[in-house]
Design a protein around this ligand. Structure first.
Ligand SMILES: [Zn+2]
Length: 242
């Protein structure tokens, strides 16, 4: 009773708003109002993580195990606003929240059972400086809160595009995504520093905000595999399915 009264006072003094529709949140609601949460177009990938149309994009290209996306992403659709907030409106808390939603869905279906560590897709140093955080890392942290899986952020880095590369056409850039990741010599986890080859034999969960063609995810996994043979699963917030 005491706490809910306190909660009401805090809500009154610091009103919170839904990250999709901007309506005031009620006391028990977090980040999204009940309507927007209910209206998230959850993908069916959770029902068949090994065999779904998203997983099929990776078949034969990387050693893929499971692939899931929280909801369908269409630019300018209502649910996409929370992803805009995460990427462009300085709202790292939305990433953590969405990561916890992914974790809850995955825990229901034993999705995380055989995964060793999470690797968020890196962004370039300059992007990180302007944004202030890596959105995929925020998502990974939300997943970690509920699964306690380790997060590895320094096994791979994203190289800055040069001036000439940004002027290339779409196809050249697609081709270029192949070379934007660079494997490190070492990585850190909770047990300390390891040679990169210690990643061999691991089952890694690669986390990204939105999956469209899968090209970025594939090129990241290809680069990681230079450290040795490993297995990948993929989890994203949005899936821009055709
Ligand atoms: Zn709402």
């Amino acid at each position: 009773m005491k706490f809910s009264l306190l909660g009401n006072i805090i809500d009154f003094l610091f009103p919170r708003y839904c990250a999709i529709c901007d309506e005031r949140l009620l006391g028990t609601e977090e980040m999204l109002c009940a309507t927007c949460l209910q209206d998230l177009p959850i993908t069916p990938t959770w029902e068949a993580p090994y065999e779904n149309n998203m997983a099929k994009m990776f078949w034969g290209r990387i050693p893929i195990e499971k692939s899931v996306a929280l909801f369908y992403y269409h630019s300018h659709s209502n649910p996409s606003y929370i992803i805009y907030k995460l990427k462009y409106h300085h709202r790292p808390d939305t990433g953590n929240y969405l990561g916890r939603l992914i974790a809850s869905k995955g825990i229901e279906s034993d999705f995380f059972k055989d995964i060793d560590a999470i690797i968020p897709i890196p962004i370039t140093k300059s992007r990180r400086k302007t944004r202030g955080y890596n959105q995929s890392e925020e998502i990974a942290r939300g997943i970690q809160e509920r699964t306690h899986l380790p997060i590895i952020t320094d096994a791979i880095r994203r190289v800055t595009f040069t001036e000439s590369q940004t002027q290339k056409d779409r196809w050249q850039r697609l081709e270029n995504v192949k070379h934007v990741f660079q494997l490190s010599d070492t990585y850190h986890d909770k047990d300390g520093k390891h040679p990169i080859t210690d990643l061999a034999g691991k089952h890694l969960l690669i986390v990204d905000d939105v999956c469209t063609t899968g090209a970025t995810l594939i090129s990241c996994c290809e680069e990681l595999q230079k450290a040795g043979k490993m297995k990948f699963s993929i989890a994203t917030i949005g899936w821009a399915a055709e």
